[in-house]
Design a protein around this ligand. Sequence first.
Ligand code: 5GP
Length: 114
Amino acid sequence: MSSKTFFQKIVDREIPAQIVYEDNQALAFWDITPQAPVHILIIPKKPIPQIELATSEDEALLGHLLYVATQIAKKEGLNDGYRLVVNNGAQGGQTVFHLHIHLLGGRALGWPPG
Ligand code: 5GP
């Protein structure tokens, strides 16, 4: 039985996704259940399960993912703002254990989050 997450399967092109960006370290694709007019996930190709498990070796990679998110937001025309979210662990609402940044935009987002 494969222990790959859905996101690793997307990286490995074993399941389809609507991919909007790719480089040697990162992949970005539309969320399958969008919570806003724009809802894109930015993930590292390296399978870090959750942000709390990133190591000092991953510092540059984490910065890269954030930068990629800003460039995708620009490309999607999110000129009035957007939100970047990382859910970590059970109480953080994480359901897929491959680190990902949610890019949410295209509508006014409430605060505090649920
Ligand atoms: P989390 O709750 O872990 O922060 O976010 C996981 C996100 O992945 C959810 O928003 C969910 O809709 C999305 N998702 C789960 N499985 C798939 C999938 O197979 N493909 C895509 N594109 N998104 C997925």
